[in-house]
Ligand binder design. Structure first.
Ligand code: NAD
Ligand code: WQD
Length: 342
């Protein structure tokens, strides 16, 4: 079966996608510089699928290394590009790190494939919609001015990809706009490994419940939402991983929409922070220690996706709900406590 290059394949979403590619009969090949992941994840993937995936450690910002590697791998027919820096707050403090890492890696990969047909799937984000004017937000909603350098790298990357697909005939590209990825593999052998104090809701919830954090602060209680807290479209990481397999399959078949396309990847359902906490308490049987705090600057109030295009054209829909998201995230946190893998 075809070889698929997974950049950032030892990271959170990449590792789950490696597993789903293997389950679908593909041979995943990982490139990662381990700047935000751990080599132990490769062992964990091997425990799940029974095979050690091919792994290459290098920085995709190294143009020569990237070109030489691509030239040495002529069997690769598809590429899923996860490798990027992704912390919104850090991108505000150190924008050049984000513009450097996220653009050089992307451009080096595209240049390396300049003469070769390639199916290319890109990790984009619902952050491109900002605060949407209408909900659920569709793929044709306007892209709003980014509120962080990180968000800006996703918007500009989408433009680079659209222009590249139009100008040259060897690229077939899909950008997936993820909503909020959460949860972990059902084996609890892989999951999210946040760096330091988690900035995202779910790892903060699970770390609080396990006792690593004293309490969760709910950022804002007076928003214009039914319970006053912000609303998001949380998507189980295993469903998200399967969306990448669906995107590769669509590109292999030939996307009738053309050489560049975008899809929302969410469940289509919005949950407030308080609803997410309640779902966690129900799924884990743990009471969560939380308090209300001020609004977080720059937070989107409410966003959830229209997923009809993904369902009809990508042939993919989310199968797992909020209960599975919470129970798998909790199982992973407990696994980490018993088996500190980093
Ligand atoms: P992650 O940090 O867990 O994984 C990214 C991986 O890429 C890491 O293993 C890191 O070591 C590697 N990497 C980074 N720069 C590299 C480089 N120059 N060369 C080689 N490897 C490099 O992040 P994730 O949560 O799995 O996110 C994957 C992608 O999805 C990113 O592009 C991210 O922006 C995007 N995304 C993530 C979310 C989210 O909430 N997690 C939401 C929307 C989009
Ligand atoms: C979710 C909700 C918070 C922590 C960010 C990026 C976005 C995307 C995913 C990649 C919000 C609330 C959180 C806490 C809280 N990444 N919250 N207390 O803000 O939707 O998106 O990550 O593309 O670009 O901006 O996700 O998990 O940070 O927050 O109350 O301690 O939880 O206010 O309403 P967000 P999040």
């Amino acid at each position: 079966m075809s070889k698929i290059l997974v950049t950032g394949g030892t990271g959170y979403i990449g590792s789950h996608t490696v597993v789903e590619l293997f389950n679908a009969g593909y041979t995943p090949v990982i490139v990662d510089n381990l700047s935000n992941s751990n080599i132990e994840i490769l062992n964990q993937i091997e425990r799940i699928i029974g095979v050690r995936p091919e792994f290459h450690q290098f920085d995709l910002c190294d143009e020569n290394k990237t070109r030489e590697f691509i030239q040495s791998q002529p069997e690769i027919s598809g590429l899923i590009h996860f490798a990027a820096s992704k912390a919104v707050g850090e991108s505000v403090a150190d924008p050049l790190k984000y513009y450097y890492n996220n653009f050089f890696s992307l451009i080096n990969l595209l240049n390396a494939y300049r003469e070769t047909p390639i199916n290319f799937v890109f990790s984009s984000s619902c952050t491109v919609y900002g605060e949407p004017d209408t909900l659920p937000v569709t793929e044709s909603a306007p892209v709003k001015k980014a509120t962080s350098p990180y968000g800006n790298t996703k918007q500009i990357a989408e433009e680079i990809l659209a222009e590249t697909a139009t100008a040259y005939n060897n690229y077939n590209i899909i950008a997936l706009r993820y909503f909020n990825p959460v949860g972990a593999h059902s084996s609890a052998l892989i999951g999210e490994l946040p760096n330091g104090v988690p900035q995202n809701l779910l790892p903060f919830i699970t770390q609080t419940a396990i006792g690593k954090r004293e309490r969760l602060t709910v950022f804002g209680s007076d928003y214009d939402t039914p319970d006053g807290s912000c609303i998001r479209d949380y998507i189980h990481v295993v469903d998200l991983a399967k969306a990448h397999v669906a995107a590769i399959k669509l590109l292999e078949k030939g996307n009738p929409n053309g050489k560049y396309d975008v899809f929302n990847v969410g469940t289509g359902n919005g949950y407030s922070v308080l609803e997410a906490i309640a779902a966690f308490e129900k799924a884990s049987g743990q009471k969560l220690n939380y308090t209300f705090g001020p609004r977080r600057e720059g937070d989107i109030i409410k966003v959830w996706g229209d997923v009809s295009k993904s369902s009809t054209q990508l042939n993919w829909s989310a199968e797992l709900g909020i209960d599975e998201m919470m129970s798998s995230a909790w199982a992973w946190e407990k696994y980490l406590e018993e088996n500190p893998i980093i």
